[in-house]
Structures are given as structure tokens and as C-alpha cells.
Design a protein around this ligand. Structure first.
Ligand code: ADP
Length: 501
């Protein structure tokens, strides 16, 4: 079956990671190449010009020093300078002229005499000891040149040093630079393309794998494994998806379980109600004693149905956050005692021994009825799962700012791998399936919802075959004055514990 995702991908998708990476890299390479070409075309001459001016000045300075201080080696030095800087050097001194030509670029200049005349005139008119002048040749750009002249004074003589240097790189150099730039551009583009292909593939492939796996998961294949390849982000995503897939599988399993459990739980009382109603019609209708006994069975079965439906509604309400808490400040020890007394009658008739270990009064803020529901649930479970050892302890432990309620049984216990899950909806440990014990798997998830609403901490310590200790802990508050027994949680929570005072 072709899914929307894959059929979409067959068209060129301009917003895909692959296309976006490819386009970004190509764009980046093109911008880079344009910058290089822009610089080469527009700025190379300006740059060359300013370099030339600086260079000529520094050559002139060294030649001047050389001429003044080491006149014997001046000629040799001037030849070298002309060649290495590709310039024309001339020194006029008392009827003697020395010329050194190292220029390569200035092809069409037959003689530099005209230039010397121009700069000489400028030097004479100038108050400075040296002058520079640029001659620009608009027809042959590479013939543009920089003229420089400076006076050198030695005892008894005044000489003039001239330098003529090409202003722009010669045509061959320019061609070579442009050729090189062309190859650089092509190489940059190819590298950008290769890199973008490699990178886009590396980026997209884990995401594509995750999408493929998610599509399989959406079709009900919970065995699928999400693999996030080598990126931290995709690894995290894969981990989260694996967790989600595990939760989905578990949730579906529990949903199926609850349907089986609930239908069984609904069916048993309904069958009982029906058969006892038939019995009343057929047999006991005229015998008030028997009829009342049968009616009592019917009433107790409807009670069971009622409890089951109420549980289901509580879970649904807690799940949709549709629960209103009627908060008040109450003594948890006293509330626990009420719960204890309510089960005492019932349990003693069935051989249970329930012991109550109160602490000093411990005031907490919360919905008293709901907290009592939590304690009742723990106790009911302890009775249900206590097996042959019928001793149950209800213990209150008070510390500086907290009070804990423990419901301890010595029954079947809970395997350690199941302990985390008993708070989940519809969860029933495998041990309890084997020996069928009536229950919906909803009780502890209601408990969890209520305790979470109260910001209480809770847990279970249990060992398989040895028993369980279900507990919760709440913050205590100051004992309220008689007038102020019902107060809102926000007004009291977090205050110092000082009810004794
Ligand atoms: P149930 O209606 O099945 O009792 P609960 O939500 O109250 O549902 O409990 C969930 C599961 O936790 C139970 O099915 C049982 O397997 C386990 N459990 C709860 N309390 C105890 C206990 N005191 N001892 C052993 N197992 C327990």
C-alpha cells in the first residue's frame, strides 16, 4: 500500500532536506565564486595600483640609501631591484645617466624619456623632495604606469632618481589569474555539490528510516525498531519513538485485557441478577424470607456493577482532568482510623487480622473523601491479594513536615518487573491472572490520579511471595483553628508544621 508520505516524495519536493541542503550549498558556492570574481574583476587593479605605489616608494628609499652610503655597489643593487620589481630605474647625476630596465608589462613604450620629462617638470614645480604621477593608458590598460621622481643630495652634487612601474598587472598575468580563478570556481562548485549530496544523504537517511518505521507502526506493527543513526537528535527521536511504540503496544494490550475483564465482571453479576430474579418468579416469590434473601443477592450484585461503572467513570474523569477537589485541612490519622474501622467489621468475619498503628495527629490539606478512597483502595487490595497470610498493618509515620500512610500485607507480593506498572490503567500482574481474583485493574490508576492531584508522593515496596507495602506521603500543615477548619489549599500548604502547639 502506498502511503501519502511516499507518494508525495516521488514528486520533486523543494522543501525536503535533500533539496534544501543541495540548494543551500550550491547557493553558497555561487556566492563565494561571485565574490572571488567580483574582487578579481573590480578590485585587482586598484589593489595592484596601491601596492605598486608603496613598493616604488620603498625601492626608491633603499636605492637612495644605497647611492648615498654604498655608491660602489649601487649599480649592481639597481639592476637587481629593477629586475625583481619589474620596474624601470634611472639615475641622472651631473651629466651622467644610468638606466636599469626590468619592466615586462610596459610593452608598447619605446622610450621612457617622455615620462621622465613629465615627472621632472612636476618635481621642479613641487616643494617636496619627491613626486608621484599616474599615467593612465585607456586604450592599452596594461601600459598604464606610475611615475616617481626624487632628489638625492650628496656633498657637491644633486642627482635625480626616477622610477617607472606598471600600474596594473600585465595581460599575461591577468589572464593567468583569471584562468586560475575559473578552475578554482569549477573546483569549489564540484566540492559544494559533492559535499551537499553527502551531507543531505547523511541528514535525510535517518529521518527517512524513522518515517518508514513510523509508517509501519501506524499500520499496527509494534515489532518495528526505530534507528536514529549517528546524530544525537535523531537518536533521541528514535529513543522517544521506541518508547512511544512500546507504550502503544502495552496500552493496546491492556485495552484488550480490560474489555475481556470488564465484560467478564459485568457478565457475572448480570447472570446472577437474572438467575436470582428468575428464582424469585419461579420459586421463592411467595416465601418472603427466601425472596428477601434472593433480593439481597440481587442488590449486592447491582452494588458490584455500580462499583465497576463508578471506577470506570473515575478513571475517565481523572484522565480528562475533570475532577474537582473539595480541599479542607483534616487529620490524616483520624481519616485513616475511619477507613480502618470500616473494614474491620467486614474483615474480622473473614478471618483477617488488621492492625492499626496511628501516629500523632497529622494535618494535611486535601479532599478528605478522595484521600480516604485511596486508603480504602490500598486496604481492599491488601485483603484481595493477602493470600493465606491474613495479617495486614495500617501504619502512619509522621516526620518533621510530612506524614506517610503505609498499608502492609504479607500476601502474594508483586514481581519487581511489574511494580512500576501496577499504577497503570488496566494493569493486572500476570500472577493474578493465573489465579483469578476479581478486579478491573483500575483501582491503583485512580489512586495515582488522586495522589498526583494532591501533589503527594507514593509508591510500593514489594517482594514476590512475601507481601507488599503500598504507601503515600503528604505534607503536613499547622493545625487549623476550629473556626477555620475548611480552608483552601493555597492558603495553607507549605506552612510550618506545628499542629501540636
Ligand atoms: P485490581 O482491580 O486488579 O486490583 P488495581 O489497580 O487495584 O486493580 O491493582 C492493579 C494490580 O496491582 C492488581 O491487579 C494486582 O496485580 C496488583 N496489586 C495491587 N495491590 C496489590 C497487593 N497488595 N499485593 C499484590 N498485588 C497487588
Amino acid at each position: 500500500m502506498d502511503t501519502g508520505y511516499f507518494s508525495d516524495r516521488k514528486r520533486t519536493d523543494t522543501s525536503s532536506i535533500k533539496t534544501t541542503t543541495l540548494l543551500s550549498f550550491v547557493l553558497f558556492a555561487m556566492i563565494l565564486v561571485s565574490i572571488i570574481w567580483g574582487l578579481a574583476t573590480f578590485f585587482i587593479n586598484t589593489y595592484y595600483e596601491s601596492m605598486r605605489a608603496k613598493e616604488s616608494l620603498s625601492v626608491a628609499n633603499s636605492l637612495e640609501v644605497q647611492y648615498r652610503e654604498f655608491p660602489d655597489t649601487f649599480e649592481e643593487y639597481a639592476v637587481q631591484s629593477a629586475a625583481s620589481n619589474r620596474i624601470y630605474i634611472r639615475l641622472d647625476s651631473a651629466g651622467n645617466t644610468m638606466e636599469f630596465n626590468g619592466t615586462v608589462g610596459l610593452n608598447d613604450i619605446d622610450s621612457f624619456n617622455k615620462d621622465i620629462e613629465i615627472i621632472n617638470k612636476k618635481l621642479k614645480r613641487s616643494p617636496n623632495s619627491n613626486v608621484t604621477y599616474n599615467v593612465r593608458d585607456t586604450t592599452t590598460e596594461s601600459n598604464s604606469r606610475l611615475l616617481f621622481a626624487t632628489r638625492i643630495e650628496r656633498p657637491g652634487e644633486i642627482s635625480t632618481l626616477y622610477i617607472i612601474a606598471p600600474l596594473y598587472p600585465d595581460l599575461v598575468t591577468t589572464r593567468i589569474i583569471k584562468n586560475m580563478l575559473f578552475y578554482i570556481s569549477v573546483i569549489v562548485l564540484i566540492i559544494a555539490l559533492l559535499l551537499s549530496f553527502a551531507l543531505s544523504h547523511r541528514l535525510a537517511s535517518p529521518i527517512e528510516n524513522l518515517t518508514r518505521a513510523a509508517t509501519e507502526l501506524s499500520q499496527g506493527n509494534y515489532d518495528v525498531k526505530f534507528d536514529g543513526a549517528s546524530f544525537t537528535e535523531t537518536k533521541e527521536l528514535a529513543r522517544a519513538l521506541n518508547q512511544a511504540s512500546y507504550e502503544m503496544e502495552r496500552s493496546e494490550f491492556y485495552q484488550r485485557e480490560i474489555i475481556a475483564n470488564v465484560s467478564h465482571d459485568l457478565k457475572t453479576p448480570l447472570t446472577m441478577i437474572r438467575s436470582y430474579a428468575e428464582k424469585i418468579i419461579d420459586i421463592s416469590g411467595d416465601n418472603p424470607e427466601k425472596r428477601n434473601a434472593d433480593l439481597a443477592v440481587i442488590i449486592s450484585e447491582t452494588e458490584r456493577l455500580n462499583t465497576l461503572v463508578t471506577d470506570m467513570m473515575s478513571v475517565s474523569n481523572l484522565q480528562s482532568n475533570n475532577v474537582e477537589l473539595h480541599n479542607e485541612t483534616f487529620d490524616l490519622v483520624e481519616a485513616a482510623k475511619v477507613v480502618y474501622e470500616s473494614v474491620l467489621v467486614l474483615s474480622s468475619s473473614q478471618g483477617y487480622e488488621i492492625n492499626f498503628h496511628p501516629s500523632r495527629p497529622a494535618y494535611v490539606v486535601g479532599d478528605r473523601n478522595k484521600i480516604m478512597q485511596v486508603m480504602s483502595n490500598f486496604v481492599a487490595n491488601a485483603i484481595k491479594y493477602s493470600g493465606d497470610n491474613k495479617f495486614i498493618d495500617l501504619r502512619l509515620q509522621k516526620s518533621a513536615k510530612k506524614v506517610a500512610f503505609h498499608c502492609i500485607d504479607h500476601g502474594v507480593g508483586i514481581p519487581s518487573e511489574d511494580q512500576r506498572h501496577v499504577w497503570d490503567r488496566y494493569y493486572r500482574t500476570s500472577a493474578n491472572h493465573e489465579r483469578y481474583i476479581e478486579g478491573t485493574g483500575l483501582g491503583l490508576s485512580i489512586v495515582k490520579g488522586i495522589l498526583n492531584l494532591h501533589g503527594a508522593s507514593y509508591g510500593v515496596n514489594s517482594e514476590e511471595g512475601k507481601g507488599s507495602d503500598f504507601w503515600f506521603e503528604m505534607e503536613t500543615v499547622r493545625k487549623p483553628s476550629a473556626r477555620n477548619m475548611a480552608v483552601s489549599k493555597t492558603e495553607t500548604i507549605g506552612e510550618d508544621d506545628g499542629e501540636e502547639g
